[in-house]
Design a protein around this ligand. Sequence first.
Ligand code: AMP
Length: 121
Amino acid sequence: MTAYDDSNIFARILRGEIPCERLYEDEFALAFPDIRPQAPRHVLVIPKGKYVSITDFGAKATAEEITGFFRAVSLVAEKVGVAGSGYRMIANAGPDSRQEVPHFHVHILGGRNLGTLLVTP
Ligand code: AMP
């Protein structure tokens, strides 16, 4: 696995060097809208810690960080109004997934019926 790169765009958002609309923030996570939304509601949730991907996060994060992060994901889904209607949570990891930003993040997509396809044919 590649080493964490402090210059990635989400690290810069966490440091306040690049602006974002802070939809939710606590000691474990930050949530902000995706800049290229693929659904009426498309939000990213990122951990505060330096993890390249969910693989890295699952292997190295503390139990407190993992619990705190996924609690934040649930809170964000409530806060942006998709918990009741439903949503899809996606975490890209590594080249075949086309992960673009090497700081672990989950996408929360909702606000419409998302269909049954999980991947592009
Ligand atoms: P992934 O392919 O899972 O790494 O997704 C990265 C996501 O980050 C893409 O959906 C981008 O649209 C989004 N993104 C990139 N830069 C920004 C930014 N400055 N603010 C918000 N979203 C961003």
